[in-house]
Design a protein around this ligand. Structure first.
Ligand SMILES: C[S@@+](CC[C@H](N)C(=O)[O-])C[C@H]1O[C@@H](n2cnc3c(N)ncnc32)[C@H](O)[C@@H]1O
Length: 276
Protein backbone atom coordinates (compact mmCIF):
# COMPACT_ATOMS: atom_id res chain seq x y z
CA UNK A 1 0.00 0.00 0.00
CA UNK A 2 1.42 3.38 -1.05
CA UNK A 3 1.29 5.94 1.76
CA UNK A 4 1.27 9.58 0.62
CA UNK A 5 1.79 12.53 2.91
CA UNK A 6 2.58 16.18 3.45
CA UNK A 7 5.02 18.18 5.52
CA UNK A 8 4.18 21.01 7.91
CA UNK A 9 4.94 23.52 5.14
CA UNK A 10 2.40 21.95 2.78
CA UNK A 11 4.82 20.07 0.53
CA UNK A 12 3.35 16.80 -0.78
CA UNK A 13 5.05 13.41 -1.00
CA UNK A 14 3.90 10.56 -3.24
CA UNK A 15 5.08 7.96 -0.77
CA UNK A 16 6.62 7.57 2.66
CA UNK A 17 9.74 6.18 0.98
CA UNK A 18 10.12 9.41 -0.99
CA UNK A 19 9.81 11.46 2.23
CA UNK A 20 12.32 9.28 4.11
CA UNK A 21 14.78 9.47 1.18
CA UNK A 22 14.59 13.27 1.33
CA UNK A 23 14.87 13.43 5.11
CA UNK A 24 17.44 10.76 5.89
CA UNK A 25 18.94 9.85 2.50
CA UNK A 26 19.34 6.40 1.03
CA UNK A 27 19.34 3.25 3.16
CA UNK A 28 22.74 2.99 4.83
CA UNK A 29 23.41 6.76 4.83
CA UNK A 30 24.03 6.86 8.57
CA UNK A 31 25.19 10.51 8.60
CA UNK A 32 21.81 11.88 7.45
CA UNK A 33 19.93 9.57 9.78
CA UNK A 34 22.09 10.55 12.75
CA UNK A 35 21.38 14.20 11.92
CA UNK A 36 17.60 13.51 11.83
CA UNK A 37 17.77 12.07 15.36
CA UNK A 38 20.08 14.82 16.60
CA UNK A 39 17.68 17.49 15.30
CA UNK A 40 14.76 15.80 17.06
CA UNK A 41 16.55 15.72 20.40
CA UNK A 42 17.83 19.32 19.93
CA UNK A 43 14.24 20.46 19.49
CA UNK A 44 13.22 18.95 22.83
CA UNK A 45 16.37 20.26 24.53
CA UNK A 46 14.99 23.75 23.84
CA UNK A 47 11.67 23.00 25.55
CA UNK A 48 10.89 23.74 29.20
CA UNK A 49 10.97 20.65 31.43
CA UNK A 50 7.32 20.91 32.50
CA UNK A 51 3.99 19.23 31.72
CA UNK A 52 3.10 22.18 29.49
CA UNK A 53 6.47 21.87 27.74
CA UNK A 54 6.25 18.16 26.87
CA UNK A 55 2.62 18.61 25.79
CA UNK A 56 3.48 21.42 23.37
CA UNK A 57 1.64 24.12 25.34
CA UNK A 58 -1.40 21.87 25.95
CA UNK A 59 -0.67 21.05 29.58
CA UNK A 60 -4.41 21.28 30.29
CA UNK A 61 -5.04 18.02 28.35
CA UNK A 62 -3.04 16.07 30.93
CA UNK A 63 -6.07 15.03 33.00
CA UNK A 64 -8.16 13.83 30.04
CA UNK A 65 -5.17 11.95 28.67
CA UNK A 66 -4.43 10.20 31.95
CA UNK A 67 -8.08 9.28 32.57
CA UNK A 68 -8.38 7.82 29.05
CA UNK A 69 -5.17 5.84 29.51
CA UNK A 70 -6.20 4.55 32.92
CA UNK A 71 -9.52 3.15 31.68
CA UNK A 72 -7.72 1.39 28.81
CA UNK A 73 -4.89 0.06 31.00
CA UNK A 74 -7.15 -1.22 33.78
CA UNK A 75 -9.19 -3.41 31.44
CA UNK A 76 -6.07 -4.77 29.78
CA UNK A 77 -4.41 -5.62 33.08
CA UNK A 78 -7.52 -7.48 34.18
CA UNK A 79 -7.80 -9.41 30.93
CA UNK A 80 -4.21 -10.07 30.01
CA UNK A 81 -2.47 -10.60 33.30
CA UNK A 82 -5.29 -12.48 34.95
CA UNK A 83 -3.45 -15.81 34.70
CA UNK A 84 -0.35 -14.58 36.46
CA UNK A 85 -2.19 -14.65 39.78
CA UNK A 86 -2.30 -12.32 42.78
CA UNK A 87 0.75 -10.79 44.44
CA UNK A 88 2.47 -10.50 41.11
CA UNK A 89 5.31 -8.04 40.78
CA UNK A 90 4.40 -5.81 37.83
CA UNK A 91 7.01 -3.87 35.88
CA UNK A 92 6.51 -1.24 33.15
CA UNK A 93 8.76 0.70 30.81
CA UNK A 94 7.80 4.31 29.97
CA UNK A 95 9.35 5.10 26.55
CA UNK A 96 10.15 8.70 25.59
CA UNK A 97 9.02 9.47 29.12
CA UNK A 98 9.83 13.19 29.04
CA UNK A 99 9.60 14.52 32.59
CA UNK A 100 7.86 11.37 33.89
CA UNK A 101 4.32 12.72 33.47
CA UNK A 102 2.75 9.33 32.63
CA UNK A 103 4.75 7.41 35.21
CA UNK A 104 3.89 9.87 37.97
CA UNK A 105 0.18 10.20 37.17
CA UNK A 106 -0.57 6.64 36.13
CA UNK A 107 2.03 3.89 35.83
CA UNK A 108 3.48 4.12 39.32
CA UNK A 109 0.03 3.40 40.79
CA UNK A 110 -0.36 0.14 38.87
CA UNK A 111 3.22 -1.16 38.63
CA UNK A 112 5.66 -2.09 41.37
CA UNK A 113 8.54 -0.84 39.28
CA UNK A 114 8.66 1.58 36.37
CA UNK A 115 11.74 2.19 34.22
CA UNK A 116 11.95 5.41 32.22
CA UNK A 117 13.70 5.93 28.91
CA UNK A 118 14.27 9.46 27.65
CA UNK A 119 17.09 10.84 25.45
CA UNK A 120 16.90 14.44 26.73
CA UNK A 121 18.98 14.64 29.92
CA UNK A 122 17.19 17.69 31.35
CA UNK A 123 13.83 15.90 31.02
CA UNK A 124 15.14 12.77 32.67
CA UNK A 125 16.64 14.83 35.52
CA UNK A 126 13.24 16.49 35.99
CA UNK A 127 11.60 13.04 35.96
CA UNK A 128 13.96 11.83 38.69
CA UNK A 129 13.05 14.86 40.78
CA UNK A 130 9.31 14.61 40.07
CA UNK A 131 9.29 10.96 41.03
CA UNK A 132 11.46 11.23 44.12
CA UNK A 133 8.44 11.74 46.36
CA UNK A 134 5.95 9.74 44.25
CA UNK A 135 4.98 6.12 44.82
CA UNK A 136 6.10 4.07 47.81
CA UNK A 137 8.50 1.30 48.82
CA UNK A 138 6.53 -1.15 46.68
CA UNK A 139 5.64 1.19 43.80
CA UNK A 140 8.63 3.09 42.52
CA UNK A 141 10.61 4.34 39.55
CA UNK A 142 13.67 2.13 39.32
CA UNK A 143 15.85 2.78 36.26
CA UNK A 144 16.32 6.01 34.32
CA UNK A 145 17.84 5.32 30.89
CA UNK A 146 19.12 8.37 29.03
CA UNK A 147 19.09 6.87 25.51
CA UNK A 148 16.90 7.16 22.42
CA UNK A 149 14.57 4.32 21.49
CA UNK A 150 16.44 3.45 18.31
CA UNK A 151 19.52 2.58 20.39
CA UNK A 152 17.78 0.84 23.27
CA UNK A 153 17.43 -2.87 23.95
CA UNK A 154 15.40 -3.50 27.10
CA UNK A 155 16.31 -6.29 29.52
CA UNK A 156 14.96 -9.68 28.44
CA UNK A 157 11.66 -10.75 30.03
CA UNK A 158 11.49 -7.79 32.44
CA UNK A 159 8.28 -5.99 31.47
CA UNK A 160 4.55 -6.58 31.80
CA UNK A 161 3.81 -3.41 29.85
CA UNK A 162 5.93 -1.28 27.53
CA UNK A 163 4.25 2.12 27.21
CA UNK A 164 5.07 4.17 24.10
CA UNK A 165 3.32 7.54 23.99
CA UNK A 166 3.87 10.60 21.85
CA UNK A 167 7.43 9.69 20.90
CA UNK A 168 7.42 6.93 18.25
CA UNK A 169 6.98 9.57 15.51
CA UNK A 170 10.65 10.37 15.97
CA UNK A 171 11.64 6.94 14.69
CA UNK A 172 12.11 6.07 11.04
CA UNK A 173 10.04 3.13 9.79
CA UNK A 174 13.03 0.78 9.88
CA UNK A 175 13.98 1.79 13.41
CA UNK A 176 10.32 1.55 14.49
CA UNK A 177 10.21 -2.07 13.31
CA UNK A 178 13.58 -3.01 14.75
CA UNK A 179 12.78 -1.42 18.13
CA UNK A 180 9.58 -3.47 18.53
CA UNK A 181 11.34 -6.60 17.33
CA UNK A 182 14.08 -6.14 19.95
CA UNK A 183 11.55 -5.21 22.64
CA UNK A 184 9.30 -8.24 22.03
CA UNK A 185 11.70 -10.47 23.94
CA UNK A 186 11.56 -8.07 26.87
CA UNK A 187 7.88 -8.66 27.62
CA UNK A 188 6.84 -11.28 30.13
CA UNK A 189 4.30 -13.89 28.98
CA UNK A 190 0.91 -12.15 28.75
CA UNK A 191 2.64 -8.77 28.58
CA UNK A 192 1.80 -6.13 26.00
CA UNK A 193 2.83 -2.90 24.33
CA UNK A 194 0.61 0.14 24.62
CA UNK A 195 1.15 2.65 21.85
CA UNK A 196 -0.71 5.94 22.27
CA UNK A 197 -0.12 8.36 19.44
CA UNK A 198 -1.52 11.18 17.34
CA UNK A 199 -3.14 10.10 14.08
CA UNK A 200 -2.91 11.81 10.73
CA UNK A 201 -6.21 11.69 8.79
CA UNK A 202 -4.39 10.31 5.75
CA UNK A 203 -0.90 8.97 5.12
CA UNK A 204 1.44 11.02 7.26
CA UNK A 205 2.36 14.55 8.27
CA UNK A 206 6.04 15.39 8.59
CA UNK A 207 6.82 18.03 11.21
CA UNK A 208 9.85 19.95 9.99
CA UNK A 209 10.26 21.64 13.37
CA UNK A 210 10.61 18.74 15.80
CA UNK A 211 11.66 16.16 13.19
CA UNK A 212 8.90 13.67 13.75
CA UNK A 213 6.12 12.23 11.65
CA UNK A 214 2.48 11.74 12.54
CA UNK A 215 1.28 8.50 10.97
CA UNK A 216 -2.26 7.51 10.01
CA UNK A 217 -4.01 4.45 11.43
CA UNK A 218 -3.36 2.32 8.27
CA UNK A 219 0.32 3.36 8.36
CA UNK A 220 0.62 2.24 12.01
CA UNK A 221 -1.15 -1.03 11.25
CA UNK A 222 1.18 -1.71 8.34
CA UNK A 223 4.20 -1.23 10.62
CA UNK A 224 2.69 -3.33 13.45
CA UNK A 225 2.19 -6.15 10.90
CA UNK A 226 5.84 -5.83 9.87
CA UNK A 227 6.78 -6.17 13.54
CA UNK A 228 4.72 -9.38 13.74
CA UNK A 229 2.61 -7.86 16.53
CA UNK A 230 -1.05 -8.68 17.10
CA UNK A 231 -3.54 -5.92 17.61
CA UNK A 232 -5.35 -6.92 20.79
CA UNK A 233 -7.47 -3.83 21.35
CA UNK A 234 -7.70 -0.18 20.30
CA UNK A 235 -9.50 2.80 21.74
CA UNK A 236 -9.89 6.42 20.67
CA UNK A 237 -8.93 9.06 23.21
CA UNK A 238 -11.91 11.31 23.90
CA UNK A 239 -12.16 14.85 25.21
CA UNK A 240 -9.16 16.50 23.54
CA UNK A 241 -9.46 19.93 21.88
CA UNK A 242 -10.84 19.85 18.31
CA UNK A 243 -7.78 21.51 16.79
CA UNK A 244 -5.46 18.66 17.85
CA UNK A 245 -4.79 15.45 15.95
CA UNK A 246 -7.03 12.54 16.89
CA UNK A 247 -5.31 10.24 19.41
CA UNK A 248 -5.59 6.45 19.50
CA UNK A 249 -4.44 3.79 21.93
CA UNK A 250 -3.26 0.43 20.60
CA UNK A 251 -2.64 -2.62 22.79
CA UNK A 252 -0.33 -5.06 21.03
CA UNK A 253 0.72 -8.54 21.95
CA UNK A 254 3.46 -10.86 20.79
CA UNK A 255 1.32 -13.98 21.04
CA UNK A 256 -1.91 -14.53 19.11
CA UNK A 257 -4.72 -12.81 21.00
CA UNK A 258 -7.23 -15.14 22.62
CA UNK A 259 -10.48 -15.50 20.71
CA UNK A 260 -13.23 -13.25 21.97
CA UNK A 261 -16.72 -14.71 21.74
CA UNK A 262 -20.00 -13.38 22.91
CA UNK A 263 -21.92 -15.42 25.47
CA UNK A 264 -25.19 -14.85 27.21
CA UNK A 265 -25.26 -15.64 30.89
CA UNK A 266 -27.51 -14.69 33.76
CA UNK A 267 -25.19 -11.97 34.94
CA UNK A 268 -23.61 -10.68 31.75
CA UNK A 269 -25.57 -10.10 28.59
CA UNK A 270 -23.61 -9.09 25.56
CA UNK A 271 -20.21 -8.39 27.04
CA UNK A 272 -17.36 -9.99 25.05
CA UNK A 273 -15.73 -12.86 26.95
CA UNK A 274 -12.13 -13.89 26.68
CA UNK A 275 -11.58 -17.61 26.12
CA UNK A 276 -8.61 -18.66 28.23
C1 LIG B 1 5.62 15.05 23.18
S1 LIG B 1 6.90 14.59 24.30
C2 LIG B 1 6.02 13.33 25.19
C3 LIG B 1 6.64 12.93 26.49
C4 LIG B 1 5.86 11.87 27.28
N1 LIG B 1 5.71 10.66 26.53
C5 LIG B 1 4.52 12.39 27.70
O1 LIG B 1 3.51 12.00 27.07
O2 LIG B 1 4.47 13.19 28.64
C6 LIG B 1 7.99 13.67 23.22
C7 LIG B 1 9.15 13.01 23.93
O3 LIG B 1 9.84 12.15 23.01
C8 LIG B 1 11.22 12.26 23.30
N2 LIG B 1 12.02 11.79 22.15
C9 LIG B 1 12.51 12.50 21.11
N3 LIG B 1 13.23 11.71 20.30
C10 LIG B 1 13.19 10.46 20.84
C11 LIG B 1 13.78 9.21 20.48
N4 LIG B 1 14.53 9.09 19.40
N5 LIG B 1 13.58 8.15 21.30
C12 LIG B 1 12.80 8.29 22.43
N6 LIG B 1 12.23 9.44 22.80
C13 LIG B 1 12.42 10.52 22.03
C14 LIG B 1 11.39 13.73 23.60
O4 LIG B 1 12.61 14.02 24.21
C15 LIG B 1 10.17 13.99 24.46
O5 LIG B 1 10.42 13.74 25.80
Amino acid sequence: MEICGVDSEGKEFNSAQEMWREEIGEEGDETRKTQWYRDGVSYWEGVEASVDGVLGGYGHVNDADIIGSEVFLKTLLQERLVNVGPNQHLVALDCGSGIGRITKNLLIRYFNEVDLLEPVAQFLDAARENLASAGSETHKATNFFCVPLQEFTPAAGRYDVIWVQWCIGHLTDNDFVSFFNRAKGCLKPGGFFIVKENLAKNGFVLDKEDHSITRSDPYFKQLFRQCGLHLYRTKDQKGLPQELFAVKMYALTVDTPPKIHRTRSKTTSNRPQIIK
